[in-house]
Design a protein around this ligand. Structure first.
Ligand SMILES: *Cc1c(COP(=O)(O)O)cnc(C)c1O
Length: 469
């Protein structure tokens, strides 16, 4: 064994060999050195455990391939691209919305060059970072004023902190939701210093329930979109219009956390009616908050629009400074919102809208194409079939709604490679591919797997199935 330890190459020797290869030239030397040390430690452990027992196993020819594989695997950045073949369009774990090309270009420019982020080109003086999108937001939603913060959770917090700190906010028990990622309305309310005044029952709340608790301590009425869950059966919520009329009678603002917040009407594309932000503003909500990166299809952001008398103090709240958005987000948001000026170009250019509204026939065509590419690349290694299936909007929008799609199902022919093993191996490919198992096959949904990713998906599948070596 000590003989084997002596045969281990030195760190410097390995580094020198590795240094000759172009593929590692971009890596910082200290990182490479650390990785080589980890690799050599593993070899020492293998000698001790008897997995390495012959001198031949330590020759450079034998070490090169495992070293390459190890370095390639371990030197990748931690935060990486993945292929989303799940069919969940706004997949929170996979980064929610993809940006439109126009937004990507705006981000690139905003971070590569100086900008008028907080500089007014009219006066040559200090300007406001919010000015860049406020006008657009007002135009698109019909609101009097607006601002943008880090995300919608921050938007709700800031709204309540500004308008209701130390006072009561009336909310229906049917809307005390947890959205996930620990966003719970009662907890956010507590953090903001507002006092939650719950009314009604889980399944039914009436206008009188709100009216009965209104008193000198009441600061606002709040409506919360239930996003990722639905109450069905014996159920009643008070309409926004009725809440607005009630608020007006008592001089109280009506706030609505819309969650996903559509600026686009998906009804003509077969989805159920969801009030858009425009409709919510028109129905009289005084302040409306929604996410930038859910169904809107922009960057992570929390958008707050409403009446000037309520938005102005929100803008001035010192907490706003801690929740502010950065210039890259602003650039992406402005570019995305500009596309909404023409709804048809929004639908065409914003990937989230395109993926939600694509037709079943087009999905079938894409599935056909993908299946052909896969059959060509995987040859006899896998059975590739088209299967009927369902995609989801995701992001808490339309939680019960299946969007019909055609899946491409892959089943390895190798009896030693189960569908579950294939799914797990695909998490280690470069890039990783996330699909789902249905009908005992690994299924890829062309709704989220773009046509330009077909060849890449085939390549990583071939690698995971060890096709062609
Ligand atoms: C998603 C959601 C939030 C949180 O929005 P983020 O942008 O993820 O911070 C808040 N409220 C509702 C109703 C939501 O659906």
């Amino acid at each position: 064994m000590s003989e084997l330890f002596r045969l281990l190459p030195s760190v410097d020797l390995v580094l020198q060999r590795v240094g000759e290869a172009d593929q590692y030239a971009h890596l910082p030397r200290p990182l490479l050195k650390d990785l080589v040390n980890v690799f050599l430690d593993q070899l020492r452990a293998d000698i001790r455990s008897g997995r390495i027992a012959a001198s031949g196993q330590l020759q450079w020819a034998a070490l090169q391939a495992p070293l390459d594989a190890f370095l390639q695997r371990s030197s990748r950045p931690h935060f990486r691209r993945v292929i989303n073949a799940t069919g969940v369009v706004v997949h929170t774990n996979l980064g929610r919305s993809l940006l439109a090309r126009q937004a990507v270009e705006a981000v690139t420019e905003a971070c590569a060059f100086y900008s008028n982020l907080e500089f007014s080109l009219e006066t040559g003086q200090r300007g406001s970072r919010y000015a860049h999108v406020e006008e657009l937001l007002c135009k698109l939603t019909g609101a009097e004023a607006g601002l943008v913060v880090n995300n919608n959770a921050a938007a709700v917090l800031l709204m309540l902190d500004t308008l209701a700190k130390g006072r009561e906010v009336v909310v229906s028990r049917g809307q005390l939701v947890e959205i996930g990622g620990s966003f719970r309305i009662p907890d956010v309310m507590a953090k903001s210093g507002a006092v939650l005044r719950e009314v009604g029952a889980t399944n039914r709340t009436h206008l009188q329930d709100y009216e009965r608790v209104i008193g000198p301590e009441t600061a606002a009425l709040l409506k919360v979109h239930t996003s990722n869950f639905r109450i069905i059966g014996f159920h009643k919520e008070v309409s926004l219009r009725d809440m607005v009329a009630l608020g007006a009678r008592h001089g109280l603002p009506v706030l609505e956390d819309l969650g996903s917040g559509n600026l686009f009407d998906f009804m003509p594309y077969g989805l159920d009616h969801e009030p858009t932000v425009q409709e919510t503003v028109a129905a009289g909500a005084d302040v409306v908050t929604f996410s930038g990166d859910k169904v809107l299809g922009g960057p992570q952001a929390g958008i707050i629009v409403g009446r000037k008398e309520y938005i102005d103090p929100i803008k001035k709240n010192p907490m706003n400074r801690a929740l502010r958005i950065d210039k890259m987000t602003l650039a992406a948001l402005e570019a995305t919102l500009r596309l909404y000026l023409d709804p048809e170009s929004a639908r065409r250019e914003i990937p989230t809208l395109r993926m939600i509204t694509v037709s079943a026939e087009e999905l079938k065509r894409q599935a056909d194409k993908l299946a052909r590419v896969l059959r060509r690349v995987l040859g006899g290694e896998a059975e590739v079939r088209l299967l009927p299936g369902a995609s989801r909007v995701g992001g808490g929008a339309y939680p019960e709604r299946d969007l019909p799609t055609t899946l491409v199902g892959i089943r390895p022919r190798n009896p030693d490679l189960s569908v579950e093993m294939l799914r797990d191996r695909l998490l280690e490919t470069d890039p990783p591919l996330v699909g789902r198992i249905e009908h005992n096959a690994l299924c890829l949904d062309p709704r989220t797997l773009a046509a330009k990713e077909h060849a890449l998906a085939a390549r990583v599948l071939a690698a995971a199935m060890e096709v062609g070596g």
